[in-house]
Design a protein around this ligand. Structure first.
Ligand code: AN0
Ligand code: CP
Length: 315
């Protein structure tokens, strides 16, 4: 594995899920593998889980970690090529990424989309610039369009909780007050499509995700019908891909206990952070239906499986 920025970087995605499950049983076995290796974690945006779980995963592997909030702590970085840098940016990504590559053996990058310029966002300019200029393996800590460390943790969690070989998994859109990225949902779809699970994505008209990621899933518009017999309900808001960045506030899409009645005692998942009683009701989050906390716990083993594989590949 050269980088970890989408499911396409992984030769055997389901094998990586199994590897993470075995790491979870014995997380400190490879303390020597990461000795004298440095992980750099670069945040252009906020994070709780990704930040803490990546640090913990790296520590479990014996690595050193440098964390930087890029937009606050370092120089403002120029992303455009060929510009006269006489404005607010003090340093070009070409130098910044290359210098970070001098200090780090693996670089993780979090950079959210603008949600105003679809073409720029879907071209993944920032993560690709790090790939091109850093000279190190790049791990996505959630890019403009994908969040593969989250999706790997999601598949680990489903593997742990599923009662049938081919559970019915439903990704449902839920309302929100702000424009959120499509990244978590695009990525979840991309990874679940690598399994043989029964997979449905349900959303209001106009909130369909990009087909490149969803191809293979059942696309539905009736939430109640989609929930029928479901084993897992994966809840996420995303802003519109077609009417790019449009916020969806349809309150009747909120997930509550009443809606779970038609499911097969479904477990409810969410990547977090979640706004209570906007996206998911208290009566779900505070019930046995919710597995959002163990799901977040699995972010450690997701990151650890990825860092271990990169260390094994790059020596
Ligand atoms: C982000 C998103 O929806 O992509 C991060 C989720 C892991 N969520 C928010 O900004 C609330
Ligand atoms: N799920 C997730 O990536 O959370 P953070 O944004 O807190 O890292």
């Amino acid at each position: 594995m050269q980088h970890f920025t989408s499911v396409h970087d992984v030769t055997n995605p389901l094998g990586l899920v199994q590897k993470a499950l075995s790491i979870k049983k014995n997380p400190f076995a490879l303390k020597a593998l990461g000795a004298n290796k440095t992980l750099g974690l670069l945040f252009f945006n906020s994070s709780l889980r990704t930040r803490m779980s990546s640090q913990k995963a790296a520590t479990n592997l014996g690595m050193d970690v440098i964390v930087m909030n890029v937009t606050q702590d370092s120089w403002q970085i120029e992303m455009e090529d060929g510009v006269v840098m006489d404005g607010g940016t003090a340093e070009h990504i070409r130098e910044a990424a290359a210098v970070m590559g001098q200090y780090c053996d693996i670089l993780g990058v979090r950079s959210f989309p603008s949600l105003t310029d679809r073409e720029a966002d879907y071209n993944e300019r920032i993560i690709n610039a790090f790939k091109h200029h850093s000279g190190t393996p790049i791990v996505s800590l959630e890019s403009a369009t994908l969040h593969p460390l989250q999706s790997l943790a999601d598949l680990i969690t489903i593997a742990e909780y599923k009662k049938a070989d081919k559970p019915k998994v439903v990704l449902t859109w839920a309302p929100h007050i702000k424009a959120l990225p499509q990244a978590v949902s695009n990525s979840f779809a991309q990874w679940v499509n690598k399994t043989d699970y029964d997979f449905t994505i349900v959303q209001p008209e106009g909130f369909e995700l990009k087909e490149e990621f969803t191809r293979g899933a059942n696309i539905a518009y009736d939430q109640k019908e989609a929930f029928n017999g479901a084993d897992f309900i994966y809840v996420k808001n995303w802003s519109s891909y077609n009417d790019y960045g449009k916020v969806g506030t349809a309150k009747d899409w909120l997930i509550n206990q009443e809606k779970l009645a038609v499911t097969n005692q479904a477990k409810v998942m969410h990547c977090l952070p979640v706004r209570r009683n906007v996206v998911i009701a208290d009566d779900v989050l505070d019930s046995q239906s919710s597995i959002v906390i163990p799901q977040a716990g699995n972010r450690v083993y997701s990151a650890q499986a990825v860092f271990q594989t990169l260390l094994e590949t790059h020596g």
